[in-house]
Design a protein. Structure first.
Length: 198
């Protein structure tokens, strides 16, 4: 196996969205600034304190409440310091912060169905303890996504799908979710939220 290689021709590789275009797989427009507003009753904004810690606060007009999706790193970054969403301690805690971009799984989130979902552990961005308080911490918690077995027909439809562990690194014997033509970037990208292209 360590001497076997796959070839992906450039014209077969999916074209990436450009600035201002929607990345359908991640649910966000590339490089277009946005605010993240909690749907708890007071509609507080995702903000930063101490330049790293994620909390919710009332709208204040500061760039610590502005975010953007970076297509190159596939991460959500803060406008205030250009650092990325990050599950602390390399994904081993439930605490969220921003950190120097490294594009590891614990920094990559998709926006799906009004939630931000981590691409590997499928945990959702959440206000801790569901407390709608000024300065309340933000972390990640268990998701509400349901998976199901594919039917024989669905398996046949996606037999030519390609799973990627990392960019350009195809996983042999893997079949993407029926809604995906390519999926990734983790060791077993078989859920709908793992789609790269549909």
């Amino acid at each position: 196996m360590n001497q076997q290689w796959d070839i992906i021709y450039d014209d077969e590789y999916p074209e990436e969205p450009k600035k201002g275009e929607l990345n359908k797989d991640y649910g966000l427009f590339v490089q277009r600034p946005f605010y993240i507003v909690s749907q708890l009753p007071d509609n507080r904004y995702l903000d930063l304190i101490n330049t790293r810690q994620m909390v919710i606060k009332v709208s204040n007009g500061r760039n610590t409440q502005q975010w953007y999706f970076d297509q190159t790193s596939l991460t959500i970054k803060s406008k205030s310091n250009n650092q990325s969403f990050d599950i602390q301690n390399a994904g081993r805690t439930a605490n969220m912060q921003v950190w120097t971009t490294n594009s590891q799984w614990f920094q990559i989130f998709k926006y799906m169905g009004e939630t931000f979902v981590n691409v590997q552990n499928h945990k959702l961005l959440e206000v801790k303890a569901q407390k709608d308080l000024e300065g309340q911490s933000v972390g990640v918690g268990e998701g509400q996504f349901v998976t199901r077995q594919m039917t024989k027909e669905e398996k046949e439809e996606v037999k030519d799908s390609k799973c990627y562990k990392t960019r350009g690194n195809i996983i042999k014997g893997c079949t993407c979710h029926p809604s995906c033509s390519t999926c990734g970037y983790n060791g077993n990208p078989v859920r709908e939220i793992d789609c790269i292209t549909c």
